[in-house]
Every structure is written in C-alpha cells, then in structure tokens.
Design a protein. Structure first.
Length: 247
C-alpha cells in the first residue's frame, strides 16, 4: 500500500490564569489599544517588534480572554500573539478555536498551537529540536533522531521532542518506534492533534486499519480541518468494503 506523508509540526487549561481585565468597558477600551499596538507589527511581519509589545503590556491571561470574548479582528491578533508568547494555559482555548466558523481563525490557531508546543521545552531541548529539524530538512534522518533523542534526555517531559523523533522514525519506515513516541507525545499532551493523526498514518502503513481509523477520528475531533485525514478515513472505508465483498 502507498505510504502516507506525515503531518509536520515546525478544552483544558493547565493552571488557573489571572485575567488583565474584569469589566466589559475596560475590555473594549483595551481591545482597541491592543489592535492599535499589535496590528502594525504583524502587518509588517516584524515578529521582534510584536514580541516586545506583548512582553511589555499584554499577559497571556488577557490574550486568552480576548481570544474568547473579542471581535474577529482582535481574536485573530490574539491567536497570532499566543503563537509568540503563549504557554500551556493557551492550548485548551486554542483547540476550541479550531472549531470556529472563521476558517482564517482555524488556520491561525493551528499554527499557533504548533508554535506553542515547540516552545514548551527547556532552552537546551528546544535548541536541539531546531538542530534536529535542520538535519531532517536536509535528509539526514539518523542525525535528526540523535538530536531529538538528546532533547528527550535533557527534557523528558517535553512532548514535542517525542513528536519530532516520531516523525523522523516514520520517515525512516521505523513505524513501531514512531508509534511508541507518538504515544509518549499524547501521554504528555493529549490534545496534540498532529501526533494523533500521524499515529494513524503509522498504523495505516502497518496495515492496522482499525487503529488507524480510530486515531484519525480522534484527530478530527480536535481539529476538524486537518488536511488529508478525512480522505484517509474514506480510503480505509473503501478498502474495508472491498475486503468484505471478497470475503
């Protein structure tokens, strides 16, 4: 059977957050200021400028509140901002945003979640992840696996380190090892829809269509807009139908 390409990675709050605003009038006033301060930076693609503005004046808790309560323009900016400065407390709200009717909001939330997951490790482990991805992009799979393994050793609670090593294992057709790492990723970060979908790809490559379909369904529950996943389910159903007819 043909091999599936892995999805690449570049409703819970982990802890209680304090919100910057309490009154609706204050929220409206600060929403206007937030848009005025952040929109120019994002329009120019000046990430350093945006990061400095966020670091100085806009805590993560307030960005989450704005994500949940702001207008469309402010919500989009809040999502992009969380991709720069967000932490584990933003994962649940962003996952819910993946179900928003605004498709642009869906894509922004998808990107921001991947950024947050990549940045949740220790400084040394995130640096090793970047090195591993550089090797992977140049086709040096074994060197990439070595760097990802080092990141796991440095920071065993870093979910994205397991996810990235799983991707490398998968590219090397080492699907059993990839499955173990994707499961480790999901144990640490149950909302990681990329790992869930890629776990389905691994099972599919091994011919375990029942487990593959279950993983795909779970991935779509988290992120209904994942590219290619619905098509993979449809293909599995066609294979099963064909096998039933032969039987």
């Amino acid at each position: 059977m043909r091999r599936f390409r892995d999805l690449r990675a570049s409703g819970r709050l982990a802890k209680e957050t304090e919100y910057h605003m309490a009154e609706s009038d204050g929220l409206q006033l600060n929403t206007t200021r937030f848009v005025k301060e952040l929109q120019p930076a994002f329009e120019k693609g000046d990430i350093r400028w945006a990061y400095e503005v966020l670091h100085e004046a806009w805590p993560v808790g307030w960005l989450i509140q704005l994500l949940l309560e702001g207008d469309v323009q402010a919500r989009r900016l809040a999502i992009m901002s969380l991709g720069l400065v967000g932490d584990g407390t933003a994962v649940g709200p962003l996952i819910r945003t993946l179900h928003d009717q605004d498709l642009n909001v869906n894509q922004l939330a998808d990107n921001s979640l991947r950024c947050i997951w990549c940045g949740m490790g220790k400084k040394q482990s995130t640096h090793l992840i970047k090195q591993g991805n550089t090797h992977l992009n140049h086709g040096n799979t074994e060197a990439a696996i070595e760097r990802f393994s080092m990141a796991i050793e440095v920071d065993p609670g870093f979910a994205e380190a397991y996810n990235q090593r799983a991707i490398a294992y998968s590219l090397a057709d080492r699907f059993e090892e990839a499955i173990a790492d994707y499961q480790s990723t999901l144990n640490l970060e149950p909302l990681h829809f990329v790992a869930m979908a890629n776990l389905g790809h691994c099972y599919c490559n091994l011919g375990d269509f029942m487990r593959a379909r279950h993983c795909y369904e779970q991935a779509l529950v988290l992120n209904p807009h994942l590219e290619g996943v619905a098509a993979a389910i449809d293909m599995i159903d066609r294979i099963n139908d064909a096998q039933d007819k032969v039987a």
